[in-house]
Design a protein around this ligand. Structure first.
Ligand code: MD3
Ligand code: FE
Length: 202
């Protein structure tokens, strides 16, 4: 059943499913290593490292800005495919008629990694929902409204949680205030990985 808005599915992926996602991610990262995204214009590096799976990947650098592209910015190779388990989760949780085109993989390696309040608006298709999956250390997630100054609330995201953002919530401001180091043993080097699945084109 699909509802509009912001939905959280605590512990959607059990321990076994989380471990098999980590195994799949390790294979992806060998072919498409984490890269260092940079802010448009200033070139300031993000504190989060990124890579992608799927036909399109989200990248950002000083000169090109935020964009989707078919290849890895360092290796120039196409992105690896999105794992079947993630496509299945997209189908079950979003019910959207078209498959996701991008699985952005964000790595929060230490307690300094965070993501400022922003909206996801680089997609042509803003009608499709977004699916987010948390793995590893707990994150302090901030969910706001449609305007930057709207009130926000703080939500803890733990390993295995899934969230969907559709309807009004699709363009809501959100960010990651911090990650709580040592709160999970899922990732052998610690830290947190967030997967964001998006439909980019109509
Ligand atoms: C609300 N990632 O990559 S996931 C991002 O945990 C991003 O790495 C964060 O925001 C992370 O753009 C937050 C939760 C999330 C993802 C997408 C959304 C919240 C969202 C899209 C629309 C509204
Ligand atoms: Fe976002």
């Amino acid at each position: 059943m699909h509802h509009d808005g912001f939905q959280i599915y605590p512990g959607y992926f059990d321990k076994n499913a989380q471990q098999s996602l980590v195994d799949e991610l390790q294979k992806i990262i060998k072919k498409a290593p984490f890269f260092q995204p940079r802010m448009p214009r200033t070139g300031k590096p993000f504190s989060v490292k990124m890579t992608n799976a799927g036909p399109l990947g989200w990248v950002s650098d000083k000169d090109g800005g935020y964009r989707y592209q078919k290849s890895h910015p360092v290796t120039a190779l196409p992105w690896p495919p999105i794992p079947d388990e993630l496509i299945a989760a997209w189908n079950e949780l979003t019910g959207y008629e078209k498959p996701p085109e991008c699985c952005l993989i964000n790595l929060y390696r230490n307690e300094k990694a965070k993501m400022g309040l922003h909206r996801d608006e680089d997609e042509k298709n803003l009608a499709a929902p977004v699916l987010s999956i948390s793995l590893g250390d707990t994150a302090v997630f901030r969910m706001g409204g449609l305007k930057r100054k709207d009130p926000t609330r703080s939500v803890r995201l733990t390993s295995g949680d899934a969230l969907t953002f559709g309807g009004e919530a699709r363009l809501a401001y959100h960010g990651i205030d911090r990650v709580i180091a040592g709160s999970s043993t899922l990732l052998s080097n610690g830290g947190r990985i967030n997967l964001t699945l998006r439909r980019v084109n109509l």
